[in-house]
Design a protein around this ligand. Structure first.
Ligand code: PHE
Length: 359
């Protein structure tokens, strides 16, 4: 009878060859099962140990165990090599050439985003910076500091969304306008101040020209010698730059608790079939609210109205987007329909600028 340990060395050699030749992970696993699986060659041999004499067992036990461990280690080594090769192949075949031009239009900027960027470009050219505030506001910033005393009837006109009161009974609101950012800015910054505050605002209202969430851009200028003439010049320049056209405007007296005097600015327009042409024509359309910051508002923010004064304005971004780009229904803006977005959206790689054109 031949030396059984020689047979074992031969078996080890045979598996070594098979393992080395396995072209992929599936083939390797077949070899592993044929050797070490429940009914595999080595497993069967180990099962045979029970029928051997104690002397045979002494030799064959450790030899078979060694064979099992050797083959298992060879499988693991080959497996790691095959996995590395698969990863290298994937890396090689999936490389991206980052210098290739974008071939297909994949996404668009929402018109609201586009219009906000256009506004930021125009106002930053006039020396404004961008300020922000939270969407969930307290009563002080949204109303009281803006000269709406508790119980003031103008509060009811804001169709406010109220939050559930917190543990201390404090009831916050979804801001009904971006004017609370005026308060936050004046309380944290010394004049001169020149900011715009774009953001989301909320009112419990919904029809063709109102959505419960909408966007505003607030403006605030505070200094020692700011007057109504600055307000008019600034807004007239803005509107002409925004519509990329000479637009005739008029200021009409109005009332806001936080400005005195207050005005609304209208632009001339005419209807051309279903579309609206801004700038000329016989009709007037209201486009924004504005005024000189009320002395009570300055006082609420710790500014002395005998020294400082300034103007503020607020306008609806969504409405301006509709007028400039001709969408018929405000509600479609926030429906998230990709067909609407691919029709009205803007190329994400083109930056609005005063030199190359806003839109
Ligand atoms: N906050 C006002 C509104 O939402 C707009 C406004 C802002 C008016 C600043 C005057 C000054 O209607």
């Amino acid at each position: 009878m031949s030396d059984p340990t020689t047979d074992i060395a031969a078996i080890a050699n045979r598996f070594e060859t098979e393992i080395g030749a396995a072209p992929d992970l599936a083939a390797l696993d077949d070899v592993r099962v044929a050797a070490l699986g429940k009914k595999g060659e080595i497993s069967m041999m180990m099962r045979g140990l029970g029928k051997m004499s104690p002397d045979e067992k002494k030799v064959m036990g450790p030899a078979l165990n060694g064979l099992k461990n050797t083959v298992a280690a060879m499988v693991e080594t080959r497996k790691a090599a095959l996995e590395n090769a698969a990863l290298d192949a994937a890396l090689a075949s999936e490389t991206m050439d980052m210098s290739l031009p974008v071939g297909r239009k994949t996404g668009t900027l929402h018109p609201v985003q586009q219009v906000m960027e256009e506004m930021a470009v125009i106002f930053s050219d006039m020396g404004f910076s961008v300020a922000e505030g939270p969407d969930i506001e307290d009563d002080f910033h949204n109303f009281t500091a803006l000269n709406f005393p508790p119980g003031h009837p103008a509060r009811d006109m804001h169709d406010t969304f109220f939050m559930v009161p917190d543990a201390e009974g404090i009831q916050k609101v979804l801001r009904t306008h971006t004017s609370p950012v005026q308060i936050r800015t004046m309380m944290s910054q010394k004049p001169p101040i020149r900011i715009i505050a774009p953001g989301r605002t909320y009112r419990c209202d919904s029809d063709q020209t109102h959505t419960p969430m909408f966007h505003q851009v607030e403006g605030l200028v505070i200094g020692e010698d700011i007057h109504m003439g600055h307000l008019k010049g600034c807004l007239m320049d803005f509107i002409s730059a925004f519509f990329e056209n000479d637009v005739e405007t008029r200021f009409r007296p109005h009332h806001f608790p936080f400005t005195e005097p207050s005005a609304e600015m209208d632009v001339r327009y005419e209807r051309d079939g279903a579309s609206i042409k801004i700038g000329s024509g016989d009709e007037w359309m209201e486009i924004l609210g504005c005024g000189m910051v009320h002395p009570n508002v300055l006082k609420s923010c710790g500014l002395d109205p005998e020294i400082y004064q300034g103007f503020a304005f607020g306008m609806g971004v969504d409405r301006l987007a509709m007028l400039k780009y001709g969408m018929p229904d405000l509600r479609d803006m926030f429906a998230g329909d990709p067909r609407w977005l691919s029709h009205y959206g803007f190329g994400p790689l083109v930056q609005a600028s005063l030199e190359s054109g806003l839109s």
